[in-house]
Structures are given as structure tokens and as C-alpha cells.
Design a protein around this ligand. Structure first.
Ligand code: NDP
Ligand code: 2IT
Length: 446
């Protein structure tokens, strides 16, 4: 690693000893930047990296709400406004009991680079709460979302900070939050993305992350003499990203044979029936284990880790961070997997990433491969500002172009800077970093 980057990393470790996910994301980014840091000594004089890794602002607040038993519940809400050099802070809100500052800082740091890669004018941010929407009634979710927004509204705005969905935050939660923002501010503006189509949402936003992942994979495979057609695919998770990755992969001729949730996974050698998954997950908010009650060729297995032992050509981890470790990576290689595409944020551990790269597995890093979601959020912002709606086909076409561009930028940076032209991890980090660095250098020290 470059000396300057290594000093910044050591300092970061000393100052944030209890933030393992954040340090993991920072380690990957800083180690990737060596070739550009070697060339740009002016970055060190401007303290660029020290500023890059420190969020511009971290907001933490109490979220009190009343449950269906009349009991008062208290959660912790956050917004990390990480970097506004190239545009308003942009990034999702995660609602999951595991949410803490380490997780939101790792997500925020990755978001800066991801948003830069999209080519659109959006800075990096992330937020959320340790609230668990699972098992809560609609009224309880509404009460939480209204209370959350009653604090958050003063920190956000269409040209300031534009949150969106992430784990546990879908159209229902965005609807309740948008309603509360409008009620407090008396203002209809594009302050959130992922909105319902009837009140300013963009067509294709729901599908965008999963579709975008498959468009990225398609570009990466084509560049390496392969295609998605007739490949056997496994996808972890069965949420927003997984469902639409499955839909597009199938459209591109692949056969998806396994999907999961946080309790287990299903294996269906005939090919997963996505309408059944959608019914269970999107309509009933149920467990994936119910799949086998509807489809006789499906089998259910308890626990998440076993999914990686199913032989496949392509693996798409689309659930959560660090779900794919070295043991899983070895099982994938053993089972014949030749490409991995990260639909989730940082689903692969550092060691597993290195193992896969060393084995010649084509590896699409999340900050490039899953950028279609936020890119389409930025298209939603444009439509809101213009007071105009594009058709599904128009947005989908723009999404395809954006994903092709992201792949090309990533591949170009890999070719220029990395030891191997297929090290897209280094390519994505460098291509994302350079634009933000340039903007930060131009705007003076702050
Ligand atoms: P959802 O809440 O819709 O789905 C999440 C899925 O992952 C569920 O199947 C869930 O299972 C599973 N999951 C969540 N946490 C865990 C865990 N700790 N262990 C095992 N499984 C888990 O979220 P999304 O699909 O929106 O997000 C999935 C990933 O994609 C996240 O990493 C997110 O940051 C990333 N991402 C999302 C984007 C978007 O537009 N939504 C854009 C780019 C990236 P269960 O239902 O049992 O909890
Ligand atoms: O991780 C991500 O890119 C997201 N959760 C989507 C963020 C957004 O603003 O659409």
C-alpha cells in the first residue's frame, strides 16, 4: 500500500477501533488507490484522504413511537452525510436491528464512490435505524416512519440530501416518510426516491438495482468472451435486489436455481419460480421456506451458508455484508463458479475477494455492479425537478447505458492502473475516487 494511504489507515484504525465494517471498506478503498496516490503528491499536501474518510456530518437521534400494545418504544436513528463534493448527499436508509455507525459509515463511504461511478451529480450519504420492521403491523411501521421523519426532515431536502430505500426500507416505508415530510414542510419536492408511481416515483426504480446488476454482468461477461445465456445462477437474499436480479437473469437466458432469506435457502433445480417468490416476499411478507409448499421441485434448507455449495456458473450475493467468506468462496470455485456479481454492498469479505481474484473468477464489485439502483434514483430526481415522467422503456434504456458506461470506466481504470485488466475492484475504486478527488481539490479545504 502507498505510504500516505497506509498512514491514513493506521490513524483510522486507532480512532475507530470498534468499527470493523467501516475499517474493512476503508482498507479495500485505500489499498486500491496506490497507483493514483503514487502519481498525485498534491493529494497529501491537501489532506485529501484524511478528509475523504471522515464524514462531513453524522447525525444521530432518538426515534420514539408507540406500539400496538400501547407501549412506548425507542430506537436510534442516523444519517451520515458523508461527502457532498459532486452533488447533494444521496443514499439509502437501512432499517435492521444490526444497524450501527460502523455499518452506516461503511455504506456511506462505498456510496461516495458508487455515486461518482454513475456519472450523475450525487454525493454520498447513508442512514437508517436499528428498528426491525419484521413482524410489525402497518400501523407500527407508520408510527416509526413518522417519528423518524419528524427529526430527519430538518437535515434533508431535494438539493441537500435525498434518502431512499435499502434493507428493510421499501415503497411502504418511503410512502409514510414522504407523507410526513410533506406534512411538516408543506412542500412537495423530490426529497426521497423510490416513491410510489402515483406521487412522483420513477418507473423502473423498483427493478433498477437487480436489472442493473445483470446489465453489468452482461457487459463484464461479454468483454471476457462469455454471456449469461444458459448459465446456472444462485442468488442470495429474496428482497428487492434479489427478486429483480432473478427476473432479469432469467430474461437473459440464465437459470436461477437457488435463493435465500436470513433463515435459510431454497434449491430448485428446475429453476426458481419467481412469481411464487414475489407472492411470498412482496405480498405476504412471509418466509422463503414457504416456497416448498407451492413448488414440488423445490427443497428448503435451514441456515444461509449452505447456498454457496450448490454448483453454479454465476453467484450473485444480494443480501447483506460479509455473507460470502473464504469458505463460501472455496465452495463456489469447487462447484465450477466462474463469475461473482455483488448485488449487495460488500457481501464478500476481503479475504474471499482476494481468493476469488487469485482463482481467476470474474468479480464484479458492488459499488459498480449494484449502482443501477442509485443511478435510477438520480433519474427520479431529474424527473421530479423537470416535473415530467419518463416511460418504463425510457428509464430502462438510460439504466442500460449507465451500466455499460460504469463497466467501461471500471475496465478502463483496471487496464490503466491494476496489475490485471480484470481487477475490477481496483478499477471501480480508482474510477470512482478520481472524480470526487478532482472536485474536492477544486473546492478548497473544508
Ligand atoms: P431487502 O430488505 O429488500 O432484502 C434483503 C434480503 O437480504 C432479504 O432476503 C433478507 O432476509 C436478507 N438479509 C438481510 N439481512 C440479512 C442478514 N443479516 N443475514 C442474512 N440475510 C439477510 O433489501 P434490498 O434487497 O434492498 O438490499 C439487499 C442488499 O443490496 C443490501 O446489501 C443493500 O445495501 C444492497 N443494495 C440495495 C439497493 C436498493 O436499491 N435496494 C441498491 C444497492 C445495493 P430476511 O427477509 O430474512 O431479513
Ligand atoms: O446502496 C444503495 O445504493 C442503495 N441502497 C440505493 C440508494 C439510493 O439512493 O437509491
Amino acid at each position: 500500500m502507498n505510504d500516505y494511504a497506509s498512514r491514513v489507515l493506521e490513524d483510522l484504525k486507532a480512532r475507530n477501533p470498534y468499527e470493523p465494517e467501516f475499517l474493512q471498506a476503508a482498507t479495500e478503498m485505500l489499498s486500491s488507490l496506490t497507483p493514483v496516490l503514487d502519481k498525485h503528491s498534491e493529494y497529501e499536501r491537501a489532506g485529501l484522504l484524511e478528509r475523504f474518510v471522515e464524514p462531513e456530518r453524522v447525525i444521530s437521534f432518538r426515534v420514539a413511537w408507540v406500539d400496538d400494545q400501547g407501549k412506548t418504544q425507542v430506537n436510534r436513528g442516523y444519517r451520515v452525510q458523508y461527502n457532498s463534493a459532486i452533488g447533494p448527499y444521496k443514499g439509502g436508509l437501512r432499517l435492521h436491528p444490526s444497524v450501527n455507525l460502523s455499518i452506516l459509515k461503511f455504506l456511506g463511504l462505498e456510496q461516495i464512490l458508487k455515486n461518482s461511478l454513475t456519472g450523475q451529480p450525487i454525493g454520498g450519504g447513508k442512514g437508517g435505524s436499528d428498528f426491525d420492521p419484521k413482524g410489525k403491523s402497518d400501523r407500527e411501521v407508520m408510527a416509526f416512519c413518522q417519528s423518524f421523519m419528524t427529526e430527519l426532515y430538518r437535515h434533508i431536502g431535494a438539493y441537500v440530501d435525498v434518502p431512499a430505500g435499502d434493507i428493510g426500507t421499501g415503497a411502504r416505508e418511503i410512502g409514510y416518510m414522504y407523507g410526513q415530510y410533506k406534512r411538516i414542510k408543506g412542500l412537495n419536492e423530490g426529497v426521497l426516491t423510490g416513491k410510489g408511481i402515483s406521487y412522483g416515483g420513477s418507473l423502473t426504480r423498483k427493478e433498477a438495482t437487480g436489472y442493473g446488476l445483470c446489465y453489468f454482468m452482461d457487459n463484464m461477461l461479454t468483454a471476457n468472451g462469455r454471456t449469461m445465456n444458459e448459465q446456472t445462477v444462485i442468488i442470495s437474499g429474496s428482497g428487492n435486489v434479489s427478486i429483480y436480479a432473478c427476473e432479469k437473469a432469467t430474461e437473459l437466458g440464465a437459470k436461477v436455481v437457488a435463493m435465500s432469506d436470513s433463515t435459510g435457502y431454497i434449491h430448485d433445480p428446475q429453476g426458481v419460480q419467481l412469481d411464487v417468490i414475489k407472492q411470498i416476499k412482496e405480498v405476504e411478507r412471509g418466509r422463503i421456506s414457504e416456497y416448498v409448499r407451492h413448488v414440488s421441485s423445490g427443497k428448503y434448507f435451514e441456515g444461509c451458508a449452505g447456498i454457496w455449495s450448490i454448483p453454479c456458473d454465476i453467484a450473485l450475493p444480494c443480501a447483506t455484508q460479509n455473507e460470502l467468506d473464504t469458505k463460501a468462496a472455496k465452495a463456489l470455485v469447487q462447484g465450477g463458479c466462474f463469475a461473482v456479481g455483488e448485488g449487495a454492498n460488500m457481501p464478500t469479505t476481503l479475504e474471499a475477494t482476494e481468493y476469488l481474484l487469485a482463482k481467476g473468477v470474474l468479480f464484479a464489485p458492488g459499488k459498480a455492479a449494484n449502482a443501477g439502483g442509485v443511478a435510477t434514483s438520480a433519474l427520479e430526481m431529474s424527473q421530479n425537478s423537470m416535473r415530467h415522467n419518463w416511460t418504463f422503456e425510457e428509464v430502462d434504456r438510460k439504466l442500460r447505458d449507465i451500466m455499460r458506461n460504469i463497466f467501461e470506466k471500471t475496465a478502463e481504470a483496471a487496464k490503466t492502473y491494476a496489475d490485471s485488466p480484470t481487477n475490477y475492484v481496483i478499477g471501480a475504486n480508482i474510477a470512482g475516487f478520481l472524480k470526487v478527488a478532482d472536485a474536492m481539490m477544486a473546492q478548497g479545504i473544508y
